[in-house]
Design a protein around this ligand. Structure first.
Ligand code: SF4
Length: 344
């Protein structure tokens, strides 16, 4: 960080969703990035929401249950039930209010798969925007390799946002640079089987590893469709120039910091970890799927609350934005649909 600061950059500590109570918690192991935590110290969806919800006693978790489709009441204006399949049995669950939160690809797929003769384009889709505007960020992994060994175990600690809104040479937003969990030879060999293991070991022992993340833009042609029960993803990258400019600056900064060998890999579109945008919210029912509280414009008792509502992807991880909007929508539902005043 000192070497980056000496170049005029402003690296700052990365927010990490981990529990560190005085009595224990996170032990800063080497498998945080992309793995479940074996000692329940990661503030992931299970720890932060699912387990507390189950502990309240009002929530039933149905495991190994597949949501097939949503069913409509005869007037088409509200949801009548959810058709689910468990152990080969199909049943219909009913409620007053339905919240779909299957993440951007699967939420869109469920809405599309729920098409009827009266609504052949799927549910919540009078705007024809369901499944469209899929985004997932332009992402690259970068290894900056020097002569000295990097003995770190927990590396995901630094973020650089100096290029987020552009700079003098490139005026447009470029995105965010953040350190990755330490890359290990095994992961690299799995990703590049043609590179011998010992070469990957030499590189991984001497590298600092970074994630370069730039905004991709909503395009109606980048979309999720369902055909014969199969989900299809049709995506063409856009806004790559900004990502290339950020990659160039990241590589320059690492070389100046004394790490001369730079290896970068642009993640393929099959990397769906930051998926968002397939049921965008807005103020106009003609051009959006959801209202500003994630309620379907078409079906009053249906909400879609996950990354589907994003009208743009920004260049930061989507999880906290999803959580913030979920709290906001939950307060709205409690008040509007159930007459419960909420502290939020
Ligand atoms: S670093 Fe991550 S996986 Fe390891 S103990 Fe901490 S929270 Fe768990």
């Amino acid at each position: 960080m000192e070497r980056l600061r000496s170049q005029g950059l402003h690296p700052f500590p990365q927010q990490a969703s981990i529990y560190m109570p005085p009595s224990g918690g996170c032990i800063r192991c080497g498998t945080c990035d992309g793995y479940p935590c074996q000692i329940d110290a990661k503030a992931d969806a299970e720890m932060s929401t699912l387990r507390p919800a189950l502990a309240m006693g009002h929530v039933v978790l149905r495991k190994s249950t597949l949501v097939r489709r949503l069913l409509l009441n005869p007037d088409g204006k509200s949801i009548a039930g959810v058709e689910v399949e468990q152990d080969g049995r199909t049943e219909v669950l009913t409620a007053k209010t339905y919240v779909l939160s299957a993440s951007a690809i699967n939420s869109a797929a469920i809405l599309l798969h729920s098409a009827t003769d009266a609504m052949p384009n799927g549910l919540a889709n009078s705007s024809d925007q369901v499944g469209r505007n899929y985004m997932t960020h332009n992402n690259s992994a970068m290894m900056a390799v020097g002569a000295r060994k990097n003995a770190t175990v927990f590396q995901k600690t630094v973020t650089i946002n100096d290029y987020y809104f552009g700079d003098d040479e490139f005026r447009w937003p470029m995105g965010c640079l953040m350190s990755l969990g330490k890359l290990r030879a095994g992961v690299m060999t799995a990703a590049n089987p043609l590179v011998p293991q010992f070469v990957n070991e030499l590189l991984a022992q001497r590298s600092f590893d970074w994630w370069i993340m730039s905004e991709d833009l909503p395009s109606p042609e980048n979309r999720i469709t369902v055909s014969g029960g199969t989900i299809k993803m049709d995506v063409r990258r856009n806004n790559l120039r900004a990502h290339q400019e950020l990659t160039k600056r990241a590589s320059r900064a690492m070389k100046r910091a004394g790490l001369p060998l730079i290896l970068t890999k642009l993640m393929p579109v099959a990397t769906t970890s930051h998926q968002c945008g397939t049921a965008r919210f807005g103020t106009d029912p003609q051009t959006s799927v959801l209202d500003p509280f994630c309620r379907s414009w078409d079906h009053h008792n249906l909400f879609v609350i996950d990354a589907s509502f994003f009208p743009s992807s920004a260049a930061v991880n989507p999880a906290l934005t999803i959580a913030a909007q979920a709290l906001r929508a939950a307060s709205h539902i409690a008040g509007e649909d159930f007459g419960i005043s909420s502290p939020h």
